[in-house]
Each structure stands twice: as C-alpha cells, then as structure tokens.
Design a protein around this ligand. Structure first.
Ligand code: ADP
Ligand code: MG
Length: 364
C-alpha cells in the first residue's frame, strides 16, 4: 500500500537524483573536484531509498542513478574505460551499496514486524490468561460459598432431627394429660391446641428436612397419567373430608417422560392438596394433561377456590410463606424445586374470586 508519506519520499528521491544530475551536466568538466563531490552525493538518495523501501528500493534507485549518470561519463567525459575506470567503479559501487543497504534494511524491517507480531501474540495470550484466571477465581469463590451453604444445610438438618424427638414426647404426654380432663373442661381445649401445634411443628420440620436433604434423583421412564391417578387415589379420603371431587380428565395418549417419579408425585401431591384446601365444598378440582405442544407436557390443576391475592403472587414460592393458620409454607417451594430439577417450569394463574390454575410444563 502506498500512502501519502511514501509519495513524499519518492518525490524527495526523484528531486535529489535530478538535482545532483543537473549539477553534473551543467558544471564545466574542468572543475573536476566539484564532479568528485557530486558523484558521491548520489549515495544519499540511494541509501535513503534503500532504508525507506528495502532491497527493491535500493536497487531501483542505484540502477536509475547509473542510467542517468552513464551518459555523463560516455558523452561528456569521453567514456574511455582506461581513463574513467574510477567512474565505472563508482557505478558498480552505487549498485552494491543500494543492494546491500536495501537488503539489510529489509531484514531489519522484517525482524521488527516479526517482533511486533510476537508482542501482539503475547498481549492476546496475556489477556486470555487474565480472563481465565479471573473466571477460575470466580468459580472458586462460588464453590466456597456452596460449601458454606451445604454445611449450613447439614446443620439445619441435624437441628431438625433434634427438634423432632422432643416433639414426639411433648405430643405423647399431652395426649395422656388430655385424658385427665373431660371435654367440657377448658383445659381440655388448651391441651388440644398443644397437640395441634406440635403436629404443625412436626410437619414443618418434616417438610423442611425434605427440602434441605434432597435424595439423589432416580430418573426413569414414568407414565405421568399413571402417577396422577395414583395421587388422586391417595387423596380420595382428603377430598371426601373437604367434600370436593378430584376429576382427572382423560388424555388422548399415554405420555411418558424421563423423571424421578417419587419426586414428581410429591410435587403433584403438594399442588392438589393446596387445591383441595382452597376449593369450596361441593366443587371439584380438575387435573388435565396436554401433550399437544411438541417437546413439552403441560399439566394443569384447577380449583374454584378464592384465588390468590395479587399482592401475594410473587411470594408463593418463598419458603415458609403461608396464608393458612395450619400451613407450613413449604409445599410450593418444594414443588418448584422438584419441577426445576426436571428442567420444567411452574406457573400459577389466579384471579381473586375466580379460582386458581397451577400449570406445570415438563420437557418430554
Ligand atoms: P401452605 O399450603 O402450607 O400454606 P404452600 O407453599 O403450599 O404452603 O402454599 C403457599 C401459599 O400459596 C398458601 O398459603 C396459599 O396462600 C397460596 N396458595 C397455594 N395454592 C393455592 C390455591 N390453589 N388457591 C389459593 N391459594 C393458594
Ligand atoms: Mg400447601
């Protein structure tokens, strides 16, 4: 590529060669000491050209100088070889100097370019290394945090276990005490409360244990409709107590997915329990599976309950969030964890007063 600077250099060289040649041709021959000086002045453009444009530049300039200088020897000095040997030798020397300087300067330029390339390579490797080490540091930090968390989870699990044993004794002794008071005695009522609250605590602890100590998952082919039927059958009694019917809508085809069926059942159970608790007596809870969306299985659970207050919508999956007197607030957070561990999604659609639909999507 020839830039503006290069044209400037070419112009300087051309002017120098032309200027020196003019001196040669217009200076009378008897001023031979001046000619000796002019002759050597040619080296300046030759060396400059060699430095600027390498081997080709040096040679080209020396050849041009030779061509412009030759007629001066041949016609003005007579061109006698034995008389003007020194001038012919000078021409030879022009070319040697042009070629050699050009060669050396080109070598130098190539080396500089190579060094620059190496430096750039080093720079990119350095940047890559730096980015990599930053990533490693971030991962290490994450691991350390995860480790801290897992010891905390372990501690929590131990604590939960420790709480359960005394709870069992409190409940047992309360039941014995209750027998001492007839049902119309106000203390009977207090002991009832005591038993109910210990039951609730026990439930919190059990569900909490389930959450913090997940079993290693056991993935296998499982028929989702069958699992839903199992849960529906398991909950017949609860449904009857609430005077609610569980309706499992038939799905056209059998849908099987790779999943941990025990965990899936747990998730379905939590959702259906919530629906049963919300549904008014005499209504029904409907469950439908739909595999028409390619790649996804959609399961919806609908109840005609009071719906969810919009203000609570983003707290539903937060552990311990509950609006129920006897609730633990762990059901949905466990369910979400299970569904997400199956790469699925869970969404809750609800209009206050218009019932609630929980929609699970699982990859097929
Ligand atoms: P819990 O059932 O112990 O309260 P969950 O995590 O299962 O805990 O549910 C959290 C809260 O979400 C419930 O207390 C309730 O306010 C709301 N919720 C869940 N499912 C329904 C539903 N089908 N209808 C109305 N509210 C619901
Ligand atoms: Mg619940």
């Amino acid at each position: 590529m020839t830039g503006k600077a290069d044209y400037m250099k070419l112009l300087i060289l051309a002017l120098a060669v032309a200027g020196i040649s003019m001196f040669h041709y217009f200076t009378p021959l008897h001023a031979s000491y001046l000619h000796d000086i002019f002759q050597r002045l040619y080296y300046i453009p030759i060396i400059l050209s060699a430095l600027w444009f390498g081997l080709r530049g040096g040679l080209l300039c020396s050849v041009i100088v030779s061509i412009v200088y030759a007629p001066h020897i041949l016609y003005q000095w007579g061109g006698d070889f034995s008389m003007e040997t020194e001038k012919y030798l000078e021409i030879l020397l022009f070319n040697i100097v042009g070629g050699l300087t050009g060669f050396l300067s080109q070598l130098e330029k190539e080396r500089t370019a190579e060094l620059k390339k190496t430096a750039e390579g080093l720079e990119t490797s350095y940047r890559k290394l730096k980015a990599q080490s930053e990533r490693i540091m971030a991962i290490e930090e994450q691991l350390r945090r995860a480790e801290k968390l897992s010891t905390m989870v372990e501690l929590a699990a131990v604590l939960a276990h420790e709480v359960r044993n005394p709870l069992a004794s409190i409940r047992g002794t309360a039941e014995i005490l209750r027998d001492d008071y007839p049902a119309d005695n106000p203390k009977h009522e207090f002991i009832d409360i005591q038993i109910r609250e210990t039951e609730r605590l026990n439930r919190v602890v059990s569900e909490f244990l389930q959450m913090v100590r997940p079993r290693p998952s056991d993935m296998q082919l499982c028929n989702v409709m069958e699992e839903l039927e199992t849960i529906a059958a398991l909950l017949t009694n609860d449904a009857r107590n609430h005077h609610v019917e569980i309706v499992l809508e038939p799905s056209g085809k059998t849908v099987s997915i790779i999943a941990d069926n025990e965990k899936l059942r747990q998730a379905f159970l939590n959702i259906i329990l919530n629906a049963l608790q919300a549904a008014p007596a005499g209504s029904s809870v409907s469950i439908a599976a739909d595999a028409s969306d390619s790649g996804w299985l959609k399961i919806s659970f609908h109840d005609n309950g009071p719906g969810i207050d919009p203000g609570n919508a983003d707290r539903l999956f937060v552990p311990f969030f509950t609006t129920k007197q006897e609730g633990t607030g762990l059901g949905l957070s466990i369910t979400k964890k299970i569904i997400e561990s199956h790469n699925g999604t869970i969404a809750i659609e609800s209009l206050k007063g218009n019932g609630t639909t929980v929609i699970i999507r699982l990859p097929v």
